[in-house]
Design a protein around this ligand. Structure first.
Ligand code: GLC
Length: 740
């Protein structure tokens, strides 16, 4: 069919829409356009829109399909991922738009998780910045560069809450807290989608991995997830909800089962919760071959049966599985699936393509001049530098070892110090590291080549100690030692669960040897998960968590070490003393035998380790210090329609200007079900000059105290509460109030 007939029909239906509805409602216009295309489609072409294949430009799963270009030409594949650049996406789009029968434009998806070419800190690192504007900016820059490179859909934000440091994908998330994770999810959706999806520099967000993928048993990726509905609804669902409330128009179903049902076949998750409860209006795409994997899960005996489960559960698009392509048509023809179910799925997909403006101009994202202008622009690199600095967490700084003094002779030790690839972390999208500067490069630029002595010492893995002596010699020639240790970039991300969360290899052994030189040692950490740093924190005089800080990470680390930037990051996942404490998180329950009971034995404790973590949620130091006044409440009784204001006065009591993330937690002392000992309900990041004070006020309303009660109704319960304010979840001022 000629392309112009299709567009003429769309135009005609548009006129009808305006005439009949008399309203210029963008949505009803789009629905009319969708209907006009649907009328032209064969069943094969409808199913083609429900198919997503990876190009061979990148591999992000266990299988690749050959012949996807021919599938596009035949209308058997309406969506592609892992393809980018304006040129290559234009090539593929041209085949869809000019060679297929109905000329329906392609979606181009990609894992733009923390940057496209300009790479920002890994998402867990961004979360420790506690700077929503910076996080949104990161998503905005990522979307701009991705859109300029032909991509119109990112498989982000990852909204999986997790308390499992063994699970390597915590690196992609926002940590353990539902409140903060929800804020970040919404900010990222705004950053990606902007206010108008048809803008050429905005891209479709994809809320993943729906749902509760971050709670695999034993921290083993893809493993079973089993939790109470109350824990799911109160602790794991909120960030997905926040992303959907922020307008995300696609959702990715996860690999895991929840309560015995794999997400891609779960009507409870994909219809009852996602569409009915949350009101989601976009389309659902599966994760990589997760329909097929329902055979392995044991809920379908064939892929065809798995496809039936998925389409009935509410899956609109099959990522890489070829299940919909192979079996749906016959299943419709045999009456196993109502044709309306296919139509509804295709309508949701086409609606998004119209929202993206792809029917108006299928090549709108394929502008090579704009691509050259946007990629690695100075403003983007500056933004990445800013977020990288803000993401870093000062975990220890005895005797003010940091900041370093410019000009002092430092020995820099460790493979990671000289690495550029590791700075990008996992899921680096199209980020490249060839032009980047390493931490070592940046230290030399800042401090002078002669004042920086480098020795690799050892790799991040293995037992080769042959570099130890050179490292010791280098350290002997310096006044301070900066040892960069941690995980290589590929030890976190997908399919990287570890049964140990210790620093790998012999890095810590070398640190112990360096300690014998009795020189101040600064440990710089690069890692994608909370680690067991019990030994390292004993050996180091100062310790800086830098995660994988991205394209500008080397310069950011340098500027923090030398005090050009005073670190203010705060942990968003608890760092345990050892793996034996895991799972460990701040919003634990009190239990019937809490630690504070006078009885020395019969209480909830370990006989070989304290209960408290090494570094708690919300923890992070500064080069200055802060003092908190007692909390002042506007009232000690919060009424159903009222609000309560809780204020503290925070003072910079140190000798450097700095920033502090002031955190507010509450505790419901008695409920119809047990309640966490703390729940984050607010925070404010403030900047204070030396000696300056500021009053920080949090507003608490009854709705903030709602939860799923004993009868699973959602709401509040009157009673006594505690309220805490402090610079982390453990060191807090406290007071109390009543909810009437
Ligand atoms: C992977 C990941 C998912 C990603 C998708 C496409 O298996 O689980 O996060 O978006 O496949 O690359």
């Amino acid at each position: 069919m000629k392309k112009n007939i299709v567009f003429a029909l769309i135009a005609a239906s548009l006129l009808t829409a305006c005439a009949s509805s008399g309203k210029s409602d963008k949505e009803s216009k789009i629905e009319q356009k969708v209907d006009s295309v649907m009328k032209l489609m064969t069943l094969d072409e409808k199913i083609g829109q429900m198919v997503l294949y990876s190009s061979d430009w990148d591999v992000t799963g266990p299988s690749l399909k050959k012949g996807y270009i021919d599938d596009i030409r035949k209308g058997n594949c309406g969506n592609i991922f892992n393809a980018h650049t304006a040129a290559y996406t234009r090539k593929l789009q041209k085949i869809a738009v000019e060679e297929s029968r109905l000329h329906i434009p392609l979606l181009f998806g990609y894992d733009v998780i923390h940057g496209h070419k300009t790479i920002f800190p890994i998402s867990l690192g961004e979360s420790t910045s506690w700077d929503l504007a910076a996080i949104e900016k990161s998503a905005r820059v990522s979307a701009t560069e991705a859109a300029a490179s032909g991509i119109n859909w990112t498989f982000a934000p990852m909204c999986d809450i997790s308390v499992e440091p063994r699970w390597g994908r915590v690196s992609e998330g926002a940590g353990e807290d539902p409140f903060w994770g929800s804020k970040i999810a919404a900010a990222r959706v705004h950053g990606f989608q902007g206010d108008d999806l048809s803008d050429t520099l905005t891209i479709l967000a994809c809320v993943k991995h729906f749902a509760a993928y971050g709670a695999p048993l034993a921290g083993r990726d893809y493993n079973t997830v089993d939790m109470s509905e109350r824990v799911f609804l109160d602790m794991y669902l909120p960030p997905y909800k926040a992303a959907i409330d922020a307008g995300a128009m696609s959702v990715m179903s996860s690999f895991n089962e929840l309560d015995g049902v794999p997400a891609s076949g779960s009507k409870y998750l994909l219809t009852d919760i996602l569409r009915t409860k949350l009101g989601f209006k976009g389309f659902v795409v599966t994760d990589y071959t997760s329909i097929n994997e329902m055979v392995n899960h044991g809920v379908a005996s064939t892929e065809a049966d798995a496809g039936l489960l998925a389409v009935k559960a509410g899956v609109d698009m099959d990522m890489q599985g070829e299940v919909y392509f192979k079996y749906l048509k016959k299943q419709v023809e045999e009456g196993l699936i109502p044709g309306k179910m296919i139509d509804d799925a295709v309508r949701r997909i086409l609606k998004v393509k119209f929202m993206l403006g792809l029917f108006d101009d299928p090549y709108r994202y394929c502008n090579e001049a704009r691509e050259k202008r946007e990629i690695y622009s100075p403003a983007h690199l500056e933004a990445a530098f800013d977020v990288a600095k803000k993401s870093m967490v000062l975990l220890k700084n005895d005797n003010n070892t940091l900041p370093l003094q410019k000009g002092e002779k430092i020995a820099v030790i460790g493979q990671l110090a000289a690495s550029t690839r590791d700075l990008l972390g996992s899921w680096k999208a199209a980020g490249d590291w060839n032009f980047m500067k390493s931490t070592l490069d940046e230290l030399k630029i800042y401090n002078g080549e002669a004042n920086v002595i480098y020795a690799k010492g050892c790799k991040t893995s293995g037992t080769d100690r042959s570099g130890f002596s050179a490292a010791m010699l280098a350290a002997q020639r310096a006044s301070k030692i900066v040892m960069v240790i941690g995980e290589s970039w590929d030890l976190s991300g997908e399919a990287t669960s570890r049964t140990s969360i210790s620093i790998p290899g012999v890095q810590t052994e070398l640190l112990e040897k360096l300690k014998t030189l009795n020189k101040p040692i600064v440990v710089v950490l690069m890692n994608g998960r909370p680690l067991d740093l019990s030994k390292e924190s004993e050996l180091a005089d100062a310790m800086l968590e830098t995660w994988f800080p991205g394209t500008m990470g080397g310069k950011a680390i340098t500027h923090v070490l030398f005090g050009e930037y005073n670190p203010a990051g705060k942990l968003t996942m608890t760092f345990p003393r050892n793996l034996g404490q895991v799972p460990i998180f701040y919003y634990e329950k009190n239990t019937g035998r809490p630690l504070y009971l006078p009885n020395p034995k019969y209480k909830s404790r370990y006989i070989d380790c304290p209960n408290d973590p090494l570094f708690p949620f919300g923890f992070g130091l500064s080069y200055t210090t802060f003092a908190y006044s007692d909390i002042k409440l506007s009232t000690t009784e919060l009424t159903e329609k009222g609000e309560l204001k809780a204020s503290v006065n925070v003072t910079n009591t140190g000798d450097k200007d700095g920033e502090e993330v002031v955190q507010c937690y509450v505790r419901d002392l008695v409920g119809s079900v047990t309640r966490p000992v703390k729940e984050l309900k607010g925070f404010e990041k403030i900047a204070l000059k030396v000696g300056e004070s500021k009053v920080v006020t949090f507003i608490i309303t009854p709705g903030m105290l709602a939860f799923h009660r004993l009868d699973m109704s959602y709401g509040t319960e009157p009673g006594d509460y505690k309220l805490f304010i402090g610079g982390n979840s453990r060191e807090v001022k406290e007071t109390e109030f009543k909810l009437k």
